[in-house]
Write a protein that binds this ligand. Structure first.
Ligand code: ADP
Ligand code: MG
Length: 609
């Protein structure tokens, strides 16, 4: 028994860590929630509160009606003689009709309230999701490396839903409960203040019970939310990495780690139910004792003629209502902190710094010059410099090869040129403009990078090629495909340029993907073309063909080419060798092959084959 509790405690502790505690400012987060997402619907919300208040009156209306029926109608109509019961029947119907009238008003108000608030909730979800989506588009690439995609997805889907539920339904319930509680207290005080005192004294006892069990439930609640986003993360990651999972035959292992999480989820959910039952047991005990006491004192009072029978009926009808309001208030307050954790999490994501602070200067009409001036760069959250004091110039129209061992910082140089990141030290210039001051969109129009492992989007071949330039005509698309040595292959496909590729279509080989990405880049005619090992996945024959077309195409472009092949490097105007984030060699093929160093070693290797 004990070990079971300990096990669950361990699960909770692991899940909580100290990550998911609320570290925001509740007042600030709430005012932001109100200002940005609720204020626009102020009228609707006020109207909903109005209907909620009317709706809240129902139990009291019913109680007071009963009191009236008992004291003013039945008692006055006189000593209800059982033999005259049929004559008294209209009195019964009066009561039923009046109560039903109240009930109808209640139902209508409830419906109106729901209708109003549902609309607000949906609009709120829409706004939040749209903002999050936009944010995700503009975020640092680094953000996605630091945060598992599943967790991000759970922000956009689950968290937003929870926020909606809270800022609409729960918020209304909360105000209704407070309203009901105070109104109820006032009414019973008017009926009989001595008896009311008994109830008032019991309320703190009630609240105390909640206060004891509340934090326990709250902790498990937060743990459950964390587990939930872990499950999201696991499935998203494993789905995107399914080939790795399969390649290492880890399906069994994956299934069981997911099953383990689900198992824990169920355990925690059960635990919450257990505590909730405990809570209702305690609460039920207090309610029963107080009710017994009230009935006892009530009957005494009626007998002594200090209270009417109707008063006592009303009292007994209203009393459970007060308890249930306390119950509702406490439940809402139990999870309010967890909700603020979620709200804060979503706001933090919305406030996440965008990739780079957008500058204003547009690079239009710039020449294709690139200049690195003493650039040092470290990836966010990383310790080691990926680049250290990098200096180099690339003139317009030049072809420059970047070489070096894997991990030496070649791709990082490209990422800085595209301004996916800003360097911590030094500056990158494009055509004389410091990229810090440049509009990132304009930078990416000028410098286009073909990635080592390009992503192919679902759609036709033509769609993919035209992705960066949607207005392209078919003949432009075809020209780009020819330049990338892809045209002949496309013509062998079932419906040529209209063939579906990507997730729902034909799968392409690594080399074909690279050529497709190359065609996409060439179509946009960037002034600076960045090729990240683009020919690495090609056979020697195709590579040679591409190289000769590229030599033609790239005449007017400035190009930087990351390559492992001497054959590609030797035709470049300049070769830069990177090792461990430093530039160790710069020169032409003829210069470097004589120099002792990385280039010569590679040269000797490849020449000897
Ligand atoms: P190359 O392209 O020459 O193989 P990279 O420029 O990709 O090398 O990487 C340079 C260094 O920066 C490596 O140590 C690598 O581990 C690190 N690095 C690359 N990308 C990231 C990233 N997104 N986040 C953190 N570190 C990175
Ligand atoms: Mg690389």
């Amino acid at each position: 028994m004990n070990t079971r509790s300990e096990r669950i405690e361990r699960i909770i502790n692991r899940l909580l860590g100290d990550v998911d505690t609320y570290n925001g400012n509740m007042h600030k987060d709430f005012s932001r929630l109100y200002r940005d997402y609720l204020k626009p619907f102020k009228k609707r919300i006020l109207l909903a509160i109005f209907f909620t208040s009317i709706w809240s009156l129902f139990p009291y209306g019913a109680a007071l009606l009963t009191r009236y029926q008992v004291d003013e109608v039945l008692m006055v109509a006189g000593n209800l003689d059982p033999s005259l019961i049929t004559q008294q029947f209209p009195l019964f119907w009066n009561y039923v009709f009046m109560l039903f009238g109240l009930w109808t008003i209640f139902v209508i108000c409830n419906w109106l309230k729901n209708w109003l608030i549902l609309g607000v909730g949906q609009k709120m979800i829409y706004t939040l999701r749209e903002q999050l989506h936009k944010k995700l588009q503009n975020l640092h690439i680094g953000y996605f490396e630091r945060n598992e995609s599943g967790k991000i997805v759970s922000r956009v889907l689950d968290d937003v839903k929870l926020i909606r539920e809270w800022s609409t339904n729960q918020f209304l319930n909360f105000s209704a409960s407070i309203f009901r509680l105070f109104l109820g207290l006032i009414i019973i005080f008017f009926i009989n203040w001595q008896l009311s005192l008994v109830i008032v004294i019991s309320l703190p006892l009630y609240a105390w019970t909640f206060k004891k069990i509340r934090p326990v439930i709250r902790r498990i609640n937060i743990a459950i939310r964390r587990l939930n986003s872990e499950m999201y993360a696991l499935s998203a990651e494993r789905i995107s990495g399914v080939s790795v999972v399969k390649a290492f035959s880890q399906e069994q292992q994956e299934r069981s780690s997911f099953a383990q999480k689900m198992h824990n989820y169920v355990r925690l959910a059960m635990r919450i139910i257990l505590h909730q039952q405990k809570l209702s047991l305690f609460a039920g005990f207090i309610t029963t004792v107080i009710s017994g006491l009230i009935i006892y004192l009530g009957v005494l009072n009626v007998k002594n003629n200090t209270m009417s029978f109707g008063d006592m009926m009303a009292f007994i009808l209203i009393m459970p209502n007060l308890f249930s309001q306390i119950n509702a208030l406490m439940t809402i307050m139990t999870s309010i902190e967890a909700v603020f954790v979620v709200i804060h999490r979503v706001f933090t994501l919305l406030d996440e710094q965008e990739s780079v602070v957008p500058g204003r200067i547009s690079l239009d009409g710039m020449t294709g010059k690139v200049h690195f001036d003493d650039v040092s760069f470290t990836y966010p959250g990383q310790e080691n410099n990926a680049l250290k004091n990098i200096n180099f110039h690339v003139e317009k129209g030049q072809k420059v090869a970047l070489m070096g061992p894997s991990g030496s910082g070649k791709t990082t140089i490209f990422q800085l040129i595209c301004r996916f990141y800003d360097p911590q030290n030094g500056s990158v210039y494009m055509g004389g403009v410091n990229l810090i001051d440049a509009d990132p969109k304009s930078v990416r129009r000028h410098a286009c990078m073909v990635q080592q492992e390009p992503v192919i989007l679902s759609g036709t071949v033509a769609d993919n090629i035209a992705y960066g330039y949607l207005e392209a005509t078919p003949s432009m698309i075809m020209r780009a495909a020819k330049q990338a040595e892809l045209h002949d292959f496309i013509m062998t496909m079932p419906i040529k340029y209209e063939t579906e590729v990507g997730r729902n279509g034909i799968s392409l080989s690594g080399g074909q993907k690279q050529r497709l990405a190359l065609a996409t880049a060439l179509l946009t005619e960037p002034e600076i073309l960045l090729l990240d090992d683009t020919t690495s996945a090609l056979d020697a024959e195709t590579e040679k063909k591409i190289r000769s077309t590229l030599n033609n195409v790239l005449k007017e472009h400035t190009s930087l080419i990351i390559t492992q092949r001497i054959a590609t490097a030797r035709s470049c105007d300049k070769i830069i060798v990177l090792e461990d984030g430093n530039i160790t060699q710069v020169g032409t093929h003829n210069e470097l092959k004589k120099q002792d160093g990385f280039y010569q070693r590679i040269y000797n290797q490849q020449e000897s084959i």
